[in-house]
Design a binder for this molecule. Sequence first.
Ligand SMILES: Nc1ncnc2c1ncn2[C@@H]1O[C@H](COP(=O)(O)OP(=O)(O)OP(=O)(O)O)[C@@H](O)[C@H]1O
Ligand code: NI
Length: 349
Amino acid sequence: MRGGRYIRAVTDARFSLAAGERLALVGESGCGKSVLASALLGLLPENAETAGSAVLSDETDLLAADERTLARAIRGRKVGLVPQSPAAHLTPVRTVSSQLEETVRELLRTPRSSLRAAAEEAAERAAFPVDHLDRHPHELSGGLAQRAATALALIGDAPLLLADEPTTGLDRDLVERTVDELARHTGASRALLMITHDLAAAERIADRIAVMYAGRIVEIADAEDFFGTRGPRHPYARGLLDALPERNFIPIPGTPPELGALPEGCAYAERCPRASSECGAQPVLVGGVACHHSEAGVGAAGAEGGAAGADGGVAEADGGAAGAAVGAAESREPREPREPMESMEAGHA
Ligand SMILES: Nc1ncnc2c1ncn2[C@@H]1O[C@H](COP(=O)(O)OP(=O)(O)OP(=O)(O)O)[C@@H](O)[C@H]1O
Ligand code: NI
């Protein structure tokens, strides 16, 4: 960071993503979600450092790839990005058609004479109205700009879509429409990593939920369990759900810690109703939760603390071995459900 400060924006992020799976990464502002996404796309600033790996099923390591490989072979082709702010992502001075045509030409090598038809096809895929193709981004509503950006993200037929806050600033109706459209574009063989602080949007779309706090994934769970009767197991995740207006509407007291001044132990301890002296030691993610006092969940009493593996293969399949990953299938063929994992860590210098 400026002034020579070094912060670890993301630490020990471990997860897998199977072909066609939809994972929502949730957490409060500033917890490191976008840094994680940027790391996967090779879009971190020059002075950022990463460690570990993020491996696709064809063994491409997103963290090891150089800029040339990222630009030529990965972005758009293996990982499609649905941006946070479509209006800012689209080029203001060019029509939607010309931007689609350019991407079609680049990614699909479509001959000049067929570009317009290919752009129309790309538009239709994302439900962008063809009669708006000759408009400039500022002439579009928020929803249509989002569809234009989604159309661009889908052109390369990448097996993984990465959407960073795709619903920011949209009203509830539009949030639901956007999320449903993302669901339509993913799930068969195309996986989705959706970053959001909107838990309702996450619930609507995700198969699994990863909760991030102060740069770490503190819980990863099947969405059904997380939002259902079992509920979240990490006190922070529980707090997030309890804070929802449609649930208990009880905000979590306090604020997240500065990433530059994290405690040695659990970063949530100072806000946590369950904190004890044990929390001075960093809890590791075991069985899908990183907490010394994790909630056992309904009907599973006793899966406390260090009861590693009390939950069998729930947590990230690799049983807590160091390693994280994004695996997404390369082809449309069905794949085995879980990809191997490697570890990943990203920090800002
Ligand atoms: N380019 C950068 N240089 C220095 N620090 C950065 C940079 N980008 C992000 N950070 C820091 O990394 C931390 C994580 O930021 P990040 O943008 O990933 O949060 P986020 O979870 O995506 O939040 P939001 O929900 O607000 O988008 C923050 O403390 C932020 O200040
Ligand atoms: Ni962000």
